[in-house]
Structures are given as structure tokens and as C-alpha cells.
Design a protein. Structure first.
Length: 285
């Protein structure tokens, strides 16, 4: 298949209170779009991630805090299920069962460090997926984080890893390119509009082309939309264009989109099917 969509209804009922209201509307819009009428785009149901993978990324103290602290514990199960969605998506692309994938989640992951978390994140889903893919024999990865909030948890895990190329968009006013460690922080400021975002994306993806990665993760936060909470001023037309830019740069190495920030159901209902359509080679931009 061209795109595997990993989805569970619990993301919309038990997910984080800020994130969950976009889940069902966007999934319903996807089902009505015609994209899943054939074999190219298929929806699959994830299982919770294995605890061993969580322990490979996070400290025991952090896991116990999420499991038992009164505010965190209400999201413990859906955080495991969210990570399971991302791991399943990555496995399918790595094994050639899907060209690309889109992983729905009920909690986010990029603010989760080994021993701490914040910002609707509990466990670092992409980090667990990379651990799993390395068990399968893959070694080198590109991470493109287009959520407007700095993905500090992912950087804390992979910042010194020479086999991970980490691009991190954020609403700071300065960029920082650490070429030694393949850490590229693209600060485009608050209220950044489509052209600025897309032009910066083209430039940094050109740098990534020379890195011999085997699979690309895109941490996708539609909180970058002007009607969402993230600080950028993008419109809906930015997202399929963004996906095309990334897809052209990645080529046939495979892309896993991971749902991150965003709360606006109307935005998600257009943005998510649009991303999936481009991954499937559909709707022209």
C-alpha cells in the first residue's frame, strides 16, 4: 500500500484534553474524502507499545511518575497506545508493507526526555520507534520536527547521536545549525507565514539530502496554523506543500508522519487528509 494510517478511537476519547477533540473530526473527514476507498490508503489499529521499549528510552523513575502521579496517570494507557501507533507505522514502512505512514496519537512525544516531560507529552514515541527500527537493522534516521514548539525531548535523546539528523522548527527568532552533530534548529519567529516557513524548509531539506538516512520521521503539529495555538501563522495550503517538499527530498526511503500538537478540529479535518493525500500521490497542490 502507499500509505498506512494508524488510528485508534481511544485517541479521541482518552487522549490529552487539549489534543483529543481534533481526532474524530479529522478521521471522519479522512473517511469521507475518498482516500481510503481503494487499496492505496488503509487504516490499521495499533496496540500499546511494549514496556521494554519504554524502558529503553525512559528512566524507571519517569515511567513510575507517569503511571502513578495523579494528573499524569490518567494518560498513561493512551500514551502507551500512542507510542504503539508510531512504532507500528515505522515497522510497516521499514518492512516495505507501506511506502509511507501517518500515525495518529492521543498524546504527543517530542517534549519527553529520558527522565522528564511536559507539553502534553509523556513518552517519546519517535525515540521508541528508532530503538525498534535499530533492532530490525536500520541505523540512520532523519527527523523533521515542524511543530512550532522546540522538540527538546527528542534533542535530549538524540543530540549526540551521529546517525540521527534532527531538523527542529520553532518560533524563536534565531536559527542554529550545529553541523558537527547534525542538529539544525530553524527559528522563524512568531507569526511566521507560509512563504517563510516553506522557503526555510526547502533550504534545510537540501542539507538533509546529503545525509545517508534510511527513513524519515516528520513530527507534525498543526498548531502552526493561524487558528491554532502554536505561534506560527500558516494557512491550510502550507501543509500539502510542506509534505511535497519533504517527499521530494526523501525520495523512496519512506516517511512516517507522527501527529503532534494542535487542537483545532476544523484545521485538522483539512490538514491531515491533505498530508495523507500527498503521501499517497494524490491531490495536486
Amino acid at each position: 500500500m502507499k500509505v498506512a494510517v494508524i488510528y485508534h478511537e481511544d485517541f479521541g476519547t482518552d487522549g490529552h484534553s487539549v489534543l483529543k477533540l481534533r481526532i474524530k473530526p479529522s478521521f471522519d473527514a479522512l473517511m469521507k474524502s475518498g482516500l481510503v476507498d481503494g487499496k492505496d490508503v488503509q487504516v490499521l489499529r495499533p496496540k500499546p507499545v511494549l514496556l521494554g521499549l519504554v524502558e529503553d528510552v525512559h528512566t524507571k523513575e519517569h515511567i513510575e511518575n507517569i503511571r502513578h502521579e495523579p494528573y499524569n496517570m490518567i494518560y498513561y494507557n493512551v500514551a502507551l497506545l500512542s507510542a504503539g501507533s508510531v512504532v507500528m507505522a515505522a515497522e510497516m514502512v521499514a518492512e516495505g508493507e507501506a511506502d509511507n505512514a501517518f500515525a495518529y496519537t492521543g498524546t504527543a512525544g517530542h517534549h519527553a526526555s529520558p527522565g522528564s516531560c511536559w507539553g502534553f507529552c509523556y513518552f517519546n514515541d519517535v525515540a521508541m520507534a528508532i530503538v525498534r527500527l535499530r533492532e530490525m537493522g536500520l541505523e540512520r534516521f532523519l527527523i523533521v520536527d515542524v511543530d512550532p514548539h522546540f522538540g527538546d525531548g527528542t534533542r535530549n535523546i538524540f543530540g549526540d547521536d551521529p546517525d540521527v539528523f534532527h531538523i527542529n522548527f520553532n518560533h524563536q527568532s534565531r536559527s542554529n545549525y550545529d553541523t558537527t552533530n547534525n542538529n539544525y534548529d530553524v527559528g522563524i519567529g512568531f507569526n511566521a507565514e507560509n512563504d517563510q516557513f516553506l522557503n526555510e524548509l526547502v533550504s534545510v531539506m537540501e542539507l538533509a539530502k546529503d545525509f545517508d538516512f534510511q527513513l524519515c520521521f516528520v513530527i507534525f503539529g498543526h498548531d502552526s496554523h493561524r487558528d491554532d495555538y502554536g505561534g506560527f501563522d500558516l494557512t491550510l495550503s502550507a501543509y500539502p506543500k510542506m509534505t511535497n517538499i519533504i517527499k521530494d527530498a526523501v525520495g523512496d526511503r519512506g516517511i512516517v508522519f507522527v501527529l503532534s500538537g494542535g487542537s483545532n478540529g476544523k484545521v485538522a479535518s483539512v490538514a491531515i487528509p491533505g498530508v495523507i493525500a500527498v503521501l499517497a500521490g494524490g491531490w495536486p497542490v
